[in-house]
Ligand binder design. Structure first.
Ligand code: MSP
Length: 675
């Protein structure tokens, strides 16, 4: 057909693609940070579905370990019940973000536990497990031993900002040191095993620095998988957790299909790369099992410059954001598409990216509303006026069409390349570049002017060409915007995409369509948000989804916390603020800072905390010693220069020269939690 080039990709040999998210600790709730990993994984999996691969996506929850045992105890809930309830929240959340995993693993499932015990036995039979004793600084939040040089002043974990604990006891050691050279050889022989390259270099340098044998069992708690033959020990939570990727492959031939004969990609945050790129391959080498194809470490979604997480109290609820955008874009599912787009487009995959609601609104308007959405609306609007709402015939083309065909070929090819090389942000850039090229084309081809001249054939060629571009766009946005792809296709008079194994649906150019087929224009795909709408969205979302101000404006000036607000917060949001009783042990003035006092406050932790507070105009230091005050215990540390760092905030009221401290009477132990 004139004016079209052939567009279906060459037949592709079917390949298998197995992609995983980390399994999430259930002390946290799903938030935008964990949603980020999960959405990327789902989008990459959908891309492979489009390409005709046989795919599998795994996500799930990590439910053992000391952290979870303690958290359940603190909440007064039986541990099994606690982890189940929390896991259910994860399982229920992902489909609301249009994530469709093939399987959801819980590490407390019998199917997982028995396979991990098998793995233990295999590794033990290799002679790689040995009984000994360990001793060291342990961060329960990371579930990892830390060396002293890793720690912040006050023995704080740099990630969790909480005190590490000295732990010791009998343990099985995995002979990790033995795998130092095999790992280095493997990294050298498989340059794509760890990505991005900068992260790979970090791992290589860590392993080159020497590996110590790894403690892989514990006797100081019981919430874990019993060690075969020595049930006094439970397995170290990371030994148990890493095995999930392999343990779930129990269906008919699944292990052969998806562990020995598939491309296996583990997406992980940069915080847990070492576990995946060092320990996991060493366990697999020991067990004589194949290694995954790639470990890709992405960056953090930050808020106010800090990693988003419940323990840092700056988590944002992804469903809240999806619902808010859904109210504009037509449905909760449409809102989920918007969140997916925002996360994938805004963050260069592999790097950190800061959550910024105002930027999200701008990007929504510019990319989805004015570019993609407008291209569909204006093309269909013109078809209604000029071709009776039917697909027109494409006749002879001009250089204008040729430019667009060239641009389409280029953008489709590069977008595909960027999906293949795990750069979804770049793939979306090219997707949107194709929409821009088509919008420019409409302006240049000016079908309205041709219609005025009575040049029907030309009008039909222009609109027919645009419909072909839109069809391509509806395919290539599918990994990220599955709902909007369906909607777009319905308006274009096309059926929703149903990927099939062995059938490559990725377009390489524009595809001809039979003239006369009916179009079905509908509401705008992405109605733009005006200034009032944007303001309303920001007001509605900021307090309701962000569980705390990102960077506290002051950890030292008590009155700075008393920002009056009439917006209510949920119980869960309140629950994220860690209020504790603190006993003031010492207090002194800070030289050259007439408003500040430096206190050491006992929170029942191994060491009292240093807190710097703007109390000096109201109190004599010696009058505060011995008082029991209320401390916001989970604010990020704040620097005051010259090595002075504050690790919390005291609550008070009144003007700064006449403050009253919130204190606690009676027999309450330092560290008691306020609820
Ligand atoms: N349970 C372990 C993983 C075991 S995998 C065998 C764990 N869980 S976690 O819930 O703490 O974090 C898991 C992952 O969640 C991180 O590595 C990262 O992929 C993702 N993220 C958590 N917070 C995130 C951000 N703020 N930003 C980006 N990713 C986030 O570690």
């Amino acid at each position: 057909m004139p004016g079209s080039v052939v567009l279906i990709g060459p037949p592709r040999a079917m390949s298998r693609f197995y992609v995983t998210t980390p399994i999430y600790y259930v002390n946290d709730v799903p938030h935008l940070g964990t949603a980020y990993t999960t959405i990327v994984t789902d989008a990459v999996r959908r891309y492979h579905l489009l390409r005709g691969d046989e795919t599998r996506m795994l996500t799930g929850t990590d439910e053992h370990g000391q952290k979870l045992e303690r958290e359940a105890l603190e909440r007064g809930v039986p541990t099994a019940q606690f982890v189940r309830e929390m896991s259910d929240r994860f399982e229920a959340t992902w489909p609301k973000l249009e994530v469709q995993p093939s399987d959801f693993v819980r590490t407390t499932q019998a199917r997982h536990e028995s396979r991990v015990q098998d793995l233990w036995r295999i590794i033990e039979a290799r002679g790689d497990l040995e009984l000994g004793t360990y001793e060291g600084w342990y961060c329960v939040g990371c579930e990892e031993f830390k060396t002293e040089k890793d720690l912040l002043p006050g023995n704080l974990c740099p990630l969790h900002k909480t005190a590490v604990e000295q732990q010791k006891g009998e343990t099985y050691f995995f002979k990790l040191a033995k795998y130092q050279q095999p790992l280095l050889d493997y990294y050298l022989a498989h340059p794509g095993f760890i990505e991005p390259e900068s992260r790979r270099n970090e791992v290589v340098s860590f392993v080159s620095g020497g590996l110590k044998d790894l403690s892989v069992s514990r006797t100081n708690f019981t919430w874990g998988i019993p060690v075969p033959g020595n049930p006094k020990h439970v397995m170290y939570v990371w030994f148990d957790a890493l095995a999930n990727y392999w343990s779930v492959l129990q269906g008919d031939g699944d292990l052969e299909k998806f562990w020995t004969d598939a491309t296996i990609v583990h997406f992980v945050g940069k915080d847990i790369l070492r576990f995946h790129a060092v320990y996991w391959p060493a366990f697999l080498m020991s067990a004589g099992l194949p290694l995954p194809t790639k470990i890709f470490a992405h960056g953090f979604l930050t808020y106010g410059g800090q990693k988003m997480s419940k323990s840092l109290r700056n988590a944002v609820d992804p469903i809240g954001i999806a619902q808010a955008f859904g109210r504009v874009a037509g449905s909760d599912a449409a809102g989920a598409d918007v969140v997916r787009y925002q996360l994938l487009r805004a963050i260069a995959f592999g790097q950190d990216g800061d959550f910024d609601l105002a930027a999200m609104v701008d990007r929504y308007n510019a990319d989805l509303g004015k570019n993609l959405g407008n291209l569909l609306a204006r093309t269909l609007g013109l078809c209604v006026k000029m071709t009776g709402g039917k697909v027109p015939a494409v006749g002879p083309t001009t250089p204008l069409e040729q430019d667009l065909l060239d641009a389409a070929g280029r953008e489709l090819e590069t977008a595909m390349h960027f999906w293949d090389t795990l750069a979804p942000h770049r793939a979306l850039e090219d997707t949107l570049a194709l929409c821009t090229a088509a919008n420019v084309y409409v302006d240049r081809a000016a079908p309205w002017a041709e219609a005025k001249k009575g040049n029907t054939a030309r009008v039909e060629t222009i609109l027919g060409t645009l419909l072909q571009v839109l069809e391509c766009v509806s395919v290539i946005v599918w990994p990220v915007l599955p709902k909007k792809s369906d909607e777009m296709r319905a308006q274009l008079g096309l059926l929703p995409l149903v990927p099939k194994i062995g059938e490559d649906l990725w377009p390489r150019g524009l595809k001809p369509r039979a003239a006369g087929e009916s179009l079905a224009p509908g509401s705008p795909l992405f109605p733009t948000i005006d200034e009032d709408g944007a303001r309303a969205l920001l007001v509605a979302l900021t307090p309701a989804t962000a569980t705390a101000t990102p960077t506290p404006t002051s950890t030292s000036t008590p009155t700075a916390t008393a920002t009056p607000t009439s917006t209510s917060i949920t119980y869960d949001q309140f629950g994220t603020i860690d209020l504790r009783v603190g006993l003031i042990r010492t207090c002194e003035r800070v030289p050259k800072k007439d408003k500040l006092l430096k206190l050491t406050v006992d929170l029942g932790e191994p060491e009292p905390r240093t807190i710097v507070a703007g109390l000096a105009l109201s109190f004599q230091p010696e009058h505060l010693v011995g008082k029991k005050v209320i401390v916001v215990a989970n604010l990020a540390p704040r620097e005051f220069g010259k090595g002075l760092v504050s690790h919390g905030m005291l609550l008070a009221t009144g003007p700064s020269e006449k403050l009253t401290l919130a204190t606690v009477e009676g027999d309450v132990a330092p560290g008691a939690k306020l609820k």
